[in-house]
Ligand binder design. Structure first.
Ligand SMILES: Nc1ncnc2c1ncn2[C@@H]1O[C@H](COP(=O)(O)OP(=O)(O)OP(=O)(O)O)[C@@H](O)[C@H]1O
Length: 598
């Protein structure tokens, strides 16, 4: 690594216009990762670069690409139709778009006498298809392509796209691109590219990719690791707060109201929890229960690309304080300089993601604060777990005072619209599923969750029937019929505000009532019939028995009368013998052979 971080001491030459761009962007000195990487990657080396969040990795691959593109200007900048020079892949649309803007910022300093250079974004959107991408590609003839794996692969599959001039490929957030989510697409993309190319892998957590980095076919890569003793930048202060689950939302609201910040990102576990808590916080905002000038945004993977991009742009452009509620979709790479607070409502299932989330603040030597909520109990062990990974968390004791009437207000909000009640249940169930996916499963155990506290956090009025609940809560702790409110409500009368949804609900209710009425009637009839047939059977067997008995009696009497009716003792003995014989034959029956009966 060069000792001086002055751009003048960079260990390789860079084009004068690139230097002008650097100065104009206000990058007074190089960052350590730039000082080490730019000379290597601009030369003939493959690089594997690991450096803390916000340390300027993007510039350390953008400058080498532009530098090499102009090295042999005549050949490279003027590529043949259908060819391109460099490909940059990143895991999300937002990050790809951000990388493209960094490239375009540099390109805006390109003098007019130089060959025009273009970049093209290749990400899945609802408004544009791969065909549109191809049309743009042949029309504008970009030298640099930036995109997400799926769309890039679809693009390269088209035979009209020629890959033989591709001299450089970058995998940004390489550990993510090489994990199971994307590895197949990445492998296929790399198979399309020429073997004689430079490859660069970049991430703040590249060590976790391990031997996977060799799948990229690099030749003798240079490993560049710019890290201090700790895995996070020094400008980033990481804290944790231990809290009872049911108090978490109140705690979030208190922080958003009481702590001073410019921009804050709050990470939630799932898309559905983002949308659920977003609508409640919006409601609080609209009712002046949050700071008046606070703008609230939500961003998650289930939104359409265009709406994701617009939300992010609005969050970036907001001049007053703003909070973005999001998921891990905005955890890696996103660079918004004035984010000075990050809150993790729950820790991520992948421990590497912890650093990426925290790293959205405290970037490029600016001060930043990250706070993680830990559920009281077992989750406190997470602090020790992270310490082993050189991540130091300091405790902040939350103000234990509950907000006056908060739970009632939340409950009222939920009960105002059945859609919110449905939403809360979905968010709760999704959270439990999310929790089961934690890779640090000895700390985040389903068996240790406070299911009732969590149900209250998600505004549930009744516990849903889930095996996790029946398995993990002792029977005597489950409230009667699962109700979490003092006076249970009639769910049949709980309506949707949305007219169409309400109409559909009533129709469904009528249908299911009809079905259940029919079932009831059927089962009553069955019962009735059963009783009738049982009675009939009993009556029949009684009559039968009487008839049989009478017949037998008649038969014996006839026999006796045939054999004479003498009064002597021998005859009497004969009668008795006849009865005894008959008795022996029917020992099983109590009604048969009773001598007194004859
Ligand atoms: N030499 C420099 N001097 C000052 N600021 C810089 C310099 N280089 C880059 N920056 C700024 O640092 C910020 C972070 O850069 P970048 O997004 O490239 O970080 P990163 O290392 O890729 O982070 P992450 O791992 O989170 O993706 C950006 O706002 C960028 O403009």
């Amino acid at each position: 690594m060069s000792k001086s971080l002055s751009w003048n001491d960079l260990n390789c030459s860079i084009q004068p216009w690139i230097r002008i761009a650097i100065d104009s962007m206000g990058f007074e000195t190089m960052t350590p990762v730039q000082a080490s990487t730019i000379p290597m990657f601009s030369g003939n080396k493959d690089v594997v670069v690991e450096s803390v969040t916000g340390s300027g990795k993007t510039v350390s691959f953008v400058i080498p690409i532009l530098q090499k593109l102009f090295q042999d200007e005549e050949n490279n900048c003027k590529l043949k139709k259908g060819h391109f020079f460099a490909l940059i892949i990143s895991p999300t649309r937002e990050l790809s778009s951000q990388i493209q803007s960094v490239i375009n910022s540099f390109l805006s300093y390109l003098p007019e006498d130089k060959t025009t250079v273009h970049s093209q974004l290749l990400v899945g959107t609802n408004s544009a298809s791969v065909r549109d991408d191809l049309n743009d590609f042949f029309d504008k003839r970009p030298q640099i392509l930036v995109g997400t794996p799926g769309r890039v692969l679809d693009f390269l599959k088209n035979a009209t796209v020629k890959t033989s001039s591709c001299a450089m490929v970058v995998l940004d957030e390489a550990d993510k691109l090489l994990d199971v989510t994307f590895e197949k697409d990445i492998e296929s993309i790399l198979n399309f590219l020429p073997k004689q190319r430079r490859t660069g892998l970049f991430s703040a957590t590249l060590s976790s990719a391990g031997a996977d980095i060799f799948k990229t076919g690099m030749t003798n890569p240079v490993r560049i690791s710019v890290k201090s003793k700790m895995s996070a930048p020094g400008s980033l202060k990481i804290h944790y707060m231990t809290v009872k689950p049911r108090m978490k939302l109140q705690l979030l609201v208190s922080i958003l109201k009481d702590i001073r910040y410019k921009k804050c990102i709050v990470y939630f576990p799932t898309c559905v929890s983002v949308t659920y808590f977003y609508s409640f916080l919006k409601y609080l905002g609209e009712n002046s229960l949050l700071n008046d000038d606070l703008h609230i945004y939500s961003l998650h993977g289930k939104l359409q690309t265009s709406s994701r991009m617009t939300t992010l742009a609005n969050f970036v452009d907001t001049l007053s304080s703003a909070v973005l509620l999001t998921t891990d979709v905005a955890a890696r790479g996103i660079d918004i300089p004035d984010v000075d607070l990050v809150i993790q409502f729950d820790p991520p299932t992948d421990p590497d993601m912890f650093l990426h989330r925290c790293g959205r603040t405290g970037r490029a030597n600016r001060n930043g604060k990250a706070i993680t909520f830990l559920n009281e109990g077992r989750e406190e062990d997470y602090v020790h777990f992270l310490r082993v990974k050189n991540i130091q968390l300091d405790e902040i004791i939350p103000d234990a005072q509950p907000i006056d009437g908060f739970e009632n207000r939340f409950k009222k909000w939920v009960l105002h619209d059945r859609a919110r009640f449905d939403h809360g249940i979905k968010a709760y169930v999704a959270f439990i599923r999310y929790y089961s996916k934690h890779s640090a499963s000895s700390i985040f155990r389903l068996a240790s969750l406070d299911y009732i506290g969590l149900a209250k956090l998600y505004g549930l009025i009744r516990l849903p029937r889930m095996p996790e609940i029946t398995r993990n809560i002792p029977q005597d702790e489950i409230p009667e019929a699962g109700w979490l409110i003092e006076s249970p409500i009639n769910l049949d009368e709980f309506s949707y505000l949305n007219k169409q949804m309400e109409l559909a609900r009533i129709q469904n209710l009528d249908k299911s009532k009809e079905v259940s009425d029919k079932r009831k009637l059927k089962s009553e009839l069955k019962k009735k019939n059963m009783a009738w047939s049982n009675k009939l059977e009993a009556k029949e067997s009684k009559v039968n028995r009487k008839q049989k008995l009478a017949a037998k009696r008649k038969a014996i009497e006839e026999k006796i009368s045939q054999e004479g009716s003498g009064e002597d003792s021998a005859t009497e003995e004969d009668w008795k013998e006849l009865v005894r014989k008959n008795k022996r034959k029917k020992t099983s029956s109590a009604v048969q052979g009773n001598f007194a009966d004859l």
